[in-house]
Write a protein that binds this ligand. Structure first.
Ligand code: CA
Ligand code: CA
Length: 437
């Protein structure tokens, strides 16, 4: 193959030539002439995931370690099998990962009505948490029930793994992927419907009004390196926050994040994904505490490019510590929008060549949110089709929260940069699950 043909294919399929060779010599592709998505590796220079040894996932898997799964049990068995050999897990159809329903996780004696009665603010007050409640209390029974759900819906992803959806309509409903303490993982072409926490905990001390707090991100990258999240769709699907009830005057929040990157995780590329219909979407670094800072400082380097962020409330992403490069993404904001980029402790965000489509009533000054004083670079971004200086417009709208310009570093790990004005047309039709075949 000529270098020119290979280059053209890289641009067409966002695959490295190494991946193409692997595809041609490894598993046969269903579509001759196209690389098998299961064998593709992250292209050289394609974001922070390409740094150092790069991200190859399970591309080197032998025939015995290619699994095709159609149930949650088969999926978890494939993750547990193989003794550390590189593996490819092909997901067929939408897999139900959350069991037959919340009642199936309840331990004997658990009673939500009793929980509401015991911990109502007029009975319990608002000054202490429920953490010291004994095991036979309503909170203790909630804890035990939650532990059962936790064990069921979480799945640990081992090193050197590629998880890939087959064609259209493949995904995981209600799962929480744990990419924890490992290197070299690829997750592609999957639809994730957010897990629904069956047992949120009431915390009377979280804000003056208290809060219902839930666990479970669709995927969490926890202390892991070299992760490529590509062509996936993350959504609340059939149970958006608008359908959730309220108790004690607070929304009974059953969702956590879509993709959280925490605890010293590093070298992540997220490309061509759709993140939609969710509140707290992507958290990069989960605390300002000294202990967390010691783990996160110098890590949490993540690249986002050609993603669609649509109809979210906040955190796309919210960044602490890391050098995050966000370019060529399309953000669509409507009523109920909070912010896109959260500027947190010691973060060094670079946000360039992005396009924002804001509904009437959403102001460009709310695209950035200052949580801590940290500098960022925001160049060549477009809002509703016109160039906009995001920092200047933020500082004009929110004079009490002045942001500083100049992230202090220049991203070099980019393969292709499209002009911001072209981004909506490219991303809206090609990002998300179902496009890789
Ligand atoms: Ca189910
Ligand atoms: Ca989380």
């Amino acid at each position: 193959m000529s270098v020119l043909a290979c280059h053209a294919r890289v641009i067409a399929a966002l695959a490295g030539c190494t991946a193409l060779v692997l595809a041609l010599t490894g598993t046969a592709s269903a579509h001759p002439g196209h690389p098998d998505p299961a064998r593709q590796v992250l292209a050289a220079h394609d974001g922070w995931g390409a740094q150092g040894t790069g991200t190859t996932g399970g591309a080197a898997a032998d025939r015995a370690h290619v699994y095709t799964v159609a149930t949650w049990e088969e999926f978890k068995a494939a993750l547990a099998d193989g003794g550390g050999a590189p593996r490819i897990i092909r997901v067929k159809g939408m897999i139900d990962a959350d069991g037959p329903g919340c009642a199936s996780f309840e331990v004997p004696g658990y009673d939500f009505a009793a929980y509401l009665d015991r911990y109502a603010p007029e009975h319990w007050g608002r000054t202490s948490t429920l953490d010291a409640e004994p095991d036979d209390s309503p909170e203790g029974l909630r804890r035990a029930s939650a532990a059962r759900q936790d064990a069921f819906i979480k799945a640990d992803v081992p090193a050197d793994t590629t998880i890939v959806g087959i064609g259209r309509g493949a995904g995981l409903k209600g799962a929480s992927l744990q990419i924890k303490g490992v290197d070299n993982v690829i997750v592609r072409n999957l639809g994730f419907e957010s897990p629904l926490d069956c047992f949120p905990q009431w915390d009377p001390t979280d804000t003056a009004d208290g809060n219902w707090n839930s666990e479970y991100d669709s995927a969490v990258i926890h202390g892991s390196t070299h992760v490529w999240i590509d062509h996936d769709t993350f959504t609340d699907g059939g149970h958006p926050d608008s359908t959730l009830p309220s108790y004690f005057g607070r929304i009974y929040q059953q969702h956590d994040g879509e993709l959280d990157i925490v605890k010293g995780a590093d070298l992540v590329t997220a490309s061509w994904n759709v993140f939609e219909d969710h509140d707290k979407t992507i958290l990069i670094g989960n605390s300002d505490s000294a202990a967390t800072a010691a783990v996160d400082r110098g890590h949490l380097r993540v690249t986002f490019h050609h993603n669609l962020f649509a109809n979210l409330v906040e955190r796309a992403p919210r960044v602490r510590f890391g050098q995050v490069d966000s370019y060529d993404n399309h953000f669509v904001a409507r009523e109920g929008y909070g912010y896109s980029y959260g500027i947190g402790m010691e973060s060094q965000l670079v946000a360039e060549h992005n396009a924002f489509t804001l509904a009437d009533g959403v102001t460009a000054g709310s695209i950035l949110k200052k949580w801590k004083d940290a500098p960022l670079t925001a160049d060549d971004n477009y809002v509703n089709g016109a160039p906009a200086d995001l920092i200047a417009v933020h500082n004009a709208e929110v004079p009490g929260e002045i942001l500083r310009s100049g992230a202090g570093w220049t991203p070099v790990l980019r393969t292709r940069v499209d002009p911001a004005r072209a981004v909506p047309g490219l991303v809206d039709h090609r990002a998300g699950a179902g496009h890789l075949r």
